[in-house]
Design a protein around this ligand. Structure first.
Ligand SMILES: Cc1cc2nc3c(=O)[nH]c(=O)nc-3n(C[C@H](O)[C@H](O)[C@H](O)COP(=O)(O)OP(=O)(O)OC[C@H]3O[C@@H](n4cnc5c(N)ncnc54)[C@H](O)[C@@H]3O)c2cc1C
Length: 460
């Protein structure tokens, strides 16, 4: 056993008390907190950064996907997502909703999202605890009674009745002792991480020769200089045309391991700076190019809570519907190779240097799909069942966002931000209902929940 210390027990103050405590302020968390507060629950939102948005802001991830049916322009998520888009549009930070529905994702400005979220939380009456890290959970008689947090003031407890885990990595569930799964079933490896970066200072004409540019980068990849997954994403930011917003780096590792996260940050930044050095020295029009900003290392997948139902790849592919549907998704089984070798992963038979040595290939051999078979039917969607938000072990715990109960393939579809906002609206509304009745979330009348969601503009 490696060396250990025994941390002495200590008494900690109760910092605040709430009906609903939401941990994590990303797309799955801010939506849950706003919905819970709007339904009358005294709601606390705990977030480790100084702003809300999660990967939508700190990760510079854009656009928001999953707002329309598969390969179509029919909206499948409205409610809070539409409201956010309209608020950002009013600030000049997103297209109008109708225009956004004609595009494959909702383009937006991360700074506009930050301020809109501050305002929506304040208007709903959410008690916000920024710069506050969820460190532990206190469990009594099988129920969570408090989230233990750390911040500059020290350690303290946030007591509550219903808890929503929207940390992306199911931190609260794990600290409370609830079972979780991790990555692929046969080796536990999650999808590879990635990052976004904004480059500026290039000549506008560089995009007239975009294919040439991608070919140059691709050639450097073949020589082993870069390990990008898709040089085709080196393009202008879709919202502000003066910089790029490229989503092309990748790192194979676990986001619930601080050593891997440290290595990911250092490696991903290095790749961006190597690219800038290459562009400045070799590509006309990029001589004055500079790094405007880089995002945090972005995890795509880590832990999922274990609920009474796990959303599967077949649910995604076949557009399954459920009686207890509380949200809709339309994104496909979009797996970024956990080993960081190839993209999309189902092409690994043809493209992966590991070939038949790849454990994914070995386990999937005989049922490999073509890319088109990984999408829900055209114009259709799959439902997210309420059971996927529940924990089999902790009655007063709900999950929201990318850490809901789902298989490796299922979460590869449901993890996108439009779907996470819809899930969050459902989780927050359910949490408020449960708190009001002093009931466990699993006792909530799902048809009443669905009615409330519809009244609030959600499409269920
Ligand atoms: C490289 C990359 C590209 C992507 N591309 C797209 C795309 O183009 N479109 C799209 O829609 N989606 C995309 N996604 C997926 C999407 O961004 C995420 O799946 C989505 O943001 C998940 O939302 P979430 O709220 O569950 O988690 P997150 O966005 O990760 O938010 C979790 C929040 O919890 C906070 N938190 C975590 N742990 C703690 C703790 N212990 N204490 C306090 N706070 C904590 C974090 O700071 C964060 O704010 C991409 C993801 C990556 C990594």
């Amino acid at each position: 056993m490696s060396r250990t210390f025994l941390e002495p027990a200590r008494e900690i103050p109760v910092l605040t008390e709430a009906d609903v405590v939401v941990c994590g302020g990303g797309p799955g968390g801010f939506s849950a907190a706003i919905a819970a507060a709007r339904h009358g629950a005294r709601t606390v939102l705990i977030e480790r950064y100084g702003f809300l948005g999660g990967l939508a802001t700190a990760g510079l991830v854009a656009p928001i996907l999953g707002h329309t049916a598969s390969q179509s322009h029919t909206p499948i998520v409205e409610g809070l997502l539409r409201e956010l888009t309209e608020r950002m549009h009013a600030l000049g930070g997103a297209p109008a909703w109708e225009e956004a529905c004609l595009e494959w994702g909702i383009r937006f400005d991360a700074e506009a999202l930050k301020i809109v979220l501050d305002e929506l939380c304040a208007e709903a009456g959410v008690e916000l605890w920024l710069h506050t890290w969820l460190a532990d959970a206190l469990v009594e008689d099988g129920r969570i009674v408090a989230a233990v947090v750390e911040n500059k003031s020290g350690r303290g407890a946030v007591a509550g009745r219903v808890f929503v885990d929207a940390t992306g990595d199911a931190d609260l569930a794990v600290r409370a002792g609830a079972p979780t799964t991790h990555g692929r079933p046969f080796d536990g490896r999650p999808e590879s991480m990635g990052s976004f970066f904004h480059l500026a200072g290039f000549a506008p004409e560089v995009w007239d020769r975009e294919e040439e540019l991608h070919e140059l980068v691709r050639r450097e990849m073949e020589k082993g200089r870069f390990r990008f997954y898709n040089p085709g994403f080196l393009a202008r930011n879709a919202y502000h045309l003066d910089h790029t917003s490229a989503n092309m780096t990748r790192f194979s590792g676990n986001s619930d391991d601080a050593r891997d996260m440290t290595a990911a940050e250092v490696y991903l930044r290095r790749q961006v700076w190597d690219l800038v050095r290459f562009l400045k020295g070799n590509v006309p029009g990029f001589e004055d190019c500079y790094v405007q900003q880089t995002s945090q290392a972005g995890p795509r997948e880590s832990r999922q809570i274990v609920g009474p139902y796990a959303l599967t790849g077949e649910d995604v592919r076949l557009g399954h519907k459920f009686e207890d549907a509380v949200a809709r998704g339309s994104w496909w089984i979009d797996i970024h190779c956990p080993l960081g070798h190839t993209y999309p992963v189902h092409l690994c038979v043809a493209e992966c240097p590991k070939g038949a040595d790849c454990p994914f290939w070995a386990s999937e051999h005989g049922r490999m799909y073509s890319r088109s078979q990984l999408y829900p039917p055209c114009g259709d969607w799959y439902d997210i069942p309420y059971r996927s938000l529940l924990s089999v072990a902790i009655p007063n715990l709900l999950a929201s966002g990318r850490c809901i109960s789902a298989t490796h393939e299922g979460m590869a579809g449901s993890r996108v931000m439009g779907t996470c906002v819809a899930i969050g609206q459902a989780a927050g509304t359910a949490a408020a209902l449960a708190a009001r009745r002093d009931a466990a979330p699993r006792e909530v009348d799902v048809q009443e929940l669905r009615r409330l969601l519809r009244e609030d503009g959600a499409l269920v």
